[in-house]
Write a protein that binds this ligand. Structure first.
Ligand code: NAD
Ligand code: DAU
Length: 349
């Protein structure tokens, strides 16, 4: 029996990782540790919560004593660490929240793992899930590889970069069996509607303005979240200790082009006259320090571990829209809580 602690499993990507591991590995025991912040939602896991190899624990990774007790009792064989504050705009308003969870929380987990695994580092694994934003911002050309120097430019990416450095330091200094992956922008089901794609879907559905920052010319590399979960599965099982892998979709889109495509899909799904949803596009004040372009080179992952993305973006986006239109209750569960207050402050409405 392998016992894996997955942190942040009630969030967007974490819930897909938990679901994949619970369903694919019935002999693994999966423990989901999540604080259930505004972004954590147990409804994301309603389909698997009854399964015998799944357990949920509510807790905060910033609380070192709680983690110490959890590791003492838990006898974990591995950690897959996704818990984080993840939204760049919120990091601009409240940087310290990001330092606490993303940096201090990660170091607390590393300390607990180091202490409880010190007699057997080889057979344990600490997998840290990170982001391409640690590499900074690209111009028109080039791609991020695993050796691109770190150059974080937002409080969010600075906190994730810091956590990556600590994970590497624990490998080099203490011999902890670590792995890091840096992934591009994810999209898909259960995505919290503060992020561009689900926010736009929600607004189009309700005939509200679609806020596009600046001129909409920033570029992101979009990957279907289930492809990310599959990459994490492959890397978790096959990567050598101390290694890093980039994960990306080879799928760059300017924000405005993505929104135009989304509007077209929404018009079709909602039986609207073509062009109706695009009229909602509204250019708003740009994000401070807005990174121009991200693009991931995931050749290493494809070559060494045989992973590649499975879905074309148009197909994935259509699936995602369909999911949101069929899961109105899930969306309302979020937008009826403190979401509106956040939205009003962020978008000055
Ligand atoms: P999310 O915001 O949807 O979920 C984060 C989860 O962490 C939530 O369930 C939240 O309750 C939990 N959490 C937050 N603070 C916690 C704490 N102190 N203790 C315990 N749990 C806590 O985030 P996401 O988009 O699913 O991202 C997951 C991970 O993947 C993050 O580490 C993020 O940096 C990374 N990542 C995200 C993307 C993306 O496109 N969303 C891309 C690359 C990497
Ligand atoms: O690259 C990986 C990262 O992708 C992850 O590490 C982060 O956790 C995740 O949030 C995401 O960061 P971004 O800032 O790229 O995602 P977001 O959805 O917030 O924004 C995508 C792009 O859309 C970005 O250029 C900003 C723009 N945008 C965003 C919002 C919320 C808008 O134009 N309008 C908006 O209202």
């Amino acid at each position: 029996m392998t016992k894996i602690l997955i942190t942040g499993g009630a969030g967007f990507i974490g819930s897909h990782v938990v679901r994949r591991f619970v369903n694919s590995y019935p002999k693994y025991e999966i423990v989901n540790l999540d604080k259930l912040t505004y972004a954590g939602n147990l409804a994301n896991l309603a389909d698997i919560e009854h399964l015998p190899n799944y357990k949920f624990i509510k807790g905060d990774i910033v609380d070192a004593i709680f983690l110490e007790n959890l590791f003492a009792e838990g006898q974990f064989d591995a950690v897959i660490h996704l818990a984080a504050e993840s939204h760049v705009d919120r990091s601009i308003t409240n940087p310290l929240d990001f330092v606490m969870t993303n940096v201090v929380g990660t170091v607390n987990l590393l300390n607990a793992a180091r202490k409880h695994w010190q007699d057997d580092f080889v057979n344990k694994r600490f997998y840290h899930v990170s982001t391409d934003e640690v590499y900074g911002s690209l111009g028109e050309d080039g791609m991020f590889t695993e050796t691109t120097p770190y150059d974080p430019r937002s409080p969010y990416s600075a906190s994730k970069a810091s956590s990556d450095h600590f994970v590497r330091a624990y490998h080099e200094t203490y011999g902890l069996n670590t792995v890091i992956s840096n992934c591009s922008n994810n999209y898909g089901s259960f995505h919290f509607p503060e992020k561009l794609i689900p926010l736009a879907i929600n607004n189009i559905k309700s005939n509200k303005p679609i806020p596009v920052y600046g001129k909409g010319e920033n570029v992101r590399d979009w990957l279907w979240v289930e492809d990310h979960a599959r990459a994490i599965d492959v890397i978790f099982h096959k990567a050598a200790p101390g290694t890093t892998y980039n994960i990306g979709g080879h799928n760059e889109w300017k924000n405005i082009d993505l929104i135009q495509l989304l509007c077209k899909i929404m018009d079709e799904k909602l039986d609207r006259v073509p062009g109706t949803s695009a009229k909602l596009i509204t250019y708003v004040t740009d994000r401070a320090g807005h990174d121009l372009r991200y693009a991931i080179d995931s050749t290493k992952l494809q070559r060494e571990l045989g992973w590649s993305p499975s879905l074309q973006f148009e197909e994935g986006l259509e699936k995602t829209v369909t999911w949101y239109l069929h899961n109105e209750e899930w969306l309302e569960g979020i937008t009826s809580r403190d979401y509106q207050a956040y939205y009003n402050t962020q978008y000055n409405r």
